[in-house]
Each structure stands twice: as C-alpha cells, then as structure tokens.
Design a protein around this ligand. Structure first.
Ligand code: SF4
Length: 196
C-alpha cells in the first residue's frame, strides 16, 4: 500500500510538472469552488478512494458522521439527476481533503472565470497529459475500479469489498449489479472500455 501510495503521488507530481508551463493563464483562485459545486462527476480510482478514506479516519467523529450523511444525500440526489456540491467542500469553499484530493480535481483548472454558461476551459496539452495520467492511475490500481467519488467510497465502506480489494484480489462478480447501475469501470479492462 505504501509503495502504491508513493506511485500515486508520483503520477500526480509528474502531471503537475508536465503541465505547469501551460497553466500560466489560469483564472482559478482560492475560494472559488465552482468545479467542486458544478462538476457533476468526480471520477476516482479505488486506490485514490482508499487514500481519501484513510484521511477521513483522522477526522473528528462529528465530521465523519456529517460526511456519511452528506454522501448518502449526494448519492440520492445523483439518482434523481440533481447536481450536488462535493461533500468535501467546506463553507469557505476550501477542500477538506486538499492534500489527498483525487486526480479529477488536480487536472481541472480554467483559463477564464467560470459560470454555468461558461464552464471551465482547459489547454489541449493539459487535457492530453491528463488522459495519460488517468491511464497510469488505472494501471497502478490494477485490481481496482473507477467511478464517481461517492460510489467508490461507498464500495470501500463495504467490508466484503474492502477485504477483497485490500488482499489484492479481483472479483468483479461481487460488484456486478452495483457496478452496472453506477457506471463503475474495471481498471484492468479500461483499454477495452469495459464497465462492471
Ligand atoms: S475533493 Fe476537494 S477539490 Fe475535489 S471536488 Fe471535492 S472539495 Fe473540490
């Protein structure tokens, strides 16, 4: 796990280094939070989910309880096609898990100030580098899955799934129904575009 977490951070850092020169024109400012409220979908891998889960375990009980409730509400809203802010977004528009935020949040920025009518604009080179990094993230999480943040965290909160995953085993049949309903992708099959 330690080596995988290190490799995960290496992928994040390599992406940052590769794309820094194209982000000079960023309009993003601390306290904006537009993407965190309007993204609709925050794709993560199970490995990223595990890192986030570990960070959450360090939170005060009350915060953990609030987050559990917010994630349940977010899942319900998604099922009714309602876009909800990310549960990790705080009142001051800062990210509660900034240091371990997933790649979806690291890749996004905008060359202009965003509005609903004018969503984020990203340099093409940054998009290409992000696509490469996503492939690396999925390869690194070879026995894992990719999907929206809330669903992956939900899967990891299920003892049977967590046990299989942490042992490095791969049993997609265990999540077949949930995976199909929530568009969870099997990382090792992503080159063929397969979902669970
Ligand atoms: S994890 Fe953090 S950066 Fe990503 S959408 Fe949520 S609040 Fe925003």
């Amino acid at each position: 796990m330690k080596e995988k977490t290190q490799a995960l951070n290496d992928i994040y850092q390599t992406f940052e280094a590769k794309t820094r020169e194209y982000k000079d024109d960023t309009a993003c400012e601390k306290g904006c939070g537009f993407c965190c409220k309007e993204a609709g979908k925050i794709e993560i891998t199970t490995l990223e989910g595990l890192v986030i889960r570990k960070a959450m375990q360090g939170f005060a009980r009350s915060r953990q309880k609030t987050l559990t409730k917010l994630f349940q509400q977010e899942i319900k809203k998604r099922e009714n096609n309602v876009v909800a802010p990310c549960p990790f977004l705080m009142k001051n528009n800062a990210c509660m898990i900034y240091d371990v935020r997933p790649f979806s949040c690291r890749r996004i920025y905008s060359t202009h100030v965003c509005t609903l009518r004018n969503p984020p604009m990203v340099n093409r080179r940054v998009m290409e580098a992000a696509d490469q990094s996503i492939k690396q993230l999925q390869q690194l999480d070879f026995n894992g899955y990719s999907g929206h943040l809330s669903y992956i965290l939900y899967m990891l909160s299920t003892p049977a799934f967590l046990d299989t995953y942490e042992k490095g085993e791969f049993k997609p049949e265990e999540i077949m129904e949930f995976g199909k309903a929530h568009k969870i992708a099997i990382n090792r099959m992503m080159d063929q575009g397969v979902t669970a």
